[in-house]
Design a binder for this molecule. Sequence first.
Ligand SMILES: NC(=O)NCCC(=O)O
Ligand SMILES: [Zn+2]
Ligand SMILES: [Zn+2]
Length: 484
Amino acid sequence: MTTVIKNGTIVTADLTYKADVLIEDGVITEIGPDLKGDEQLDATGCYVMPGGIDPHTHLEMPFMGTYSTDNFESGTRAALSGGTTMVVDFVLPGQGQGFVDAMKAWHNKSTLASCDYSFHMAVTWWGKELFDEMPTVINDHGINTFKHFMAYKGALMVNDDELYASFSRLSELGGIAMVHAENGDVVAELQAKLLAEGNTGPEAHAYSRPPQVEGEATNRAIMIADMAGVPLYVVHTSCEEAHEAIRRAKQQGKRVWGEPLIQHLTLDESEYFNKDWDHAARRVMSPPFRNKQHQDSLWAGLQSGSLSVVATDHCAFTTEQKRTGLGDFTKIPNGTGGLEDRMPMLWTHGVNTGRLTMNEFVAVTSTNIAKILNCYPTKGAVLVGADADLVVWDPEKEKTITAGAQQSAIDYNVFEGKHVKGLPRFTLTRGHVAVHDGEIRTQEGHGKFVKRKGNGTVNKALSSWKELTAPRPVQRSGIPASGV
Ligand SMILES: NC(=O)NCCC(=O)O
Ligand SMILES: [Zn+2]
Ligand SMILES: [Zn+2]
């Protein structure tokens, strides 16, 4: 069966033009005028764009004594409802657990997915077993990105020697290093001090994680990655201090990308001062929301290209789960939702305000990350041969975000009451129409795992440069280089 999207305007990261799109067996087979298909989707007045890719989710994640509530079923349903057609989740090995063993658990959970997905691997400890397993993870299992937590001391955090060892191995193997960049030692000290002083509420979560802890760790990760010779992707960049470090590194030719979240772009720290404990605790995430100056810095980074991708870090906990931290803010499970709202919120606050062009919107929600992760143009493109992961975007469609109407399984929404203009009319996942003019038609299990090869173009360029500039002995006449 063929499907044709008719009368729309195609918007990609670099082009805007009128054409129909023909789809067969989940793939785009023709783009042009007056196409015909068995099923017809009317895109009059709409933009036909690559479906969103959210490269940062935690679905059914074991964390802080509980599991995040959205799993691959509700999480991918929420994604598709908001125009996102691929998610990338993090495999988290336990202490002493191997990569491959941990990956099996994630493959089991993800059979519920209704859109395509991929995995990053987390490096939560370091040792010979992981050193030996890294090649098979990249070459046989299709995971080329490895995340390191510089925070969550005593749990997921790794130290600088472990960072350097893992980054160096990734450099050899053509992988990409990722970091959650916060100085976990300083955070732990600040948490203890705040609690001792009687600061127990959710606002103390923000006090314990000032921009400096993020700026310091971001800069440290950049320098360690540079010494190891590996490209670096910094997740949830939330403040000017971290952005500044990334901007400077990019200007120096270092291969570094920064990822702001839609939450940090549109919600601010005043949320933590709300008198309602539940309201504030529901918004506890790391790094915390910041003030307007930091938000302006993030927007400017997206406009100028110093920041590359907008994600969600979707890690949703119910109010009941958040209440574990009543009386002690350090026990509030860290994480917020956003999968369904990322695209409409970014369109509303980015494109509708003139901060982003439509093409920039496509770049930061889909195409840039597809290139970074090495799955472009199968994903992130409107091209013949690409997967038909598409969103038919209606710029006139409006709604007010409410938890009552959301797909996520939790009982609130951090964007509650926000009005958005710009929503999907149709969302297609490999040709299957999962959202049909407001009706959700997702198919549990339709999603497939996306394997991603290592040694992408940036790895190749960086390793050529590192080889060219590597330390070499000076040849001196009469003195053997070996010193004997
Ligand atoms: N961000 C957050 O608070 N929770 C999810 C885990 C992480 O990414 O740090
Ligand atoms: Zn994180
Ligand atoms: Zn995360």
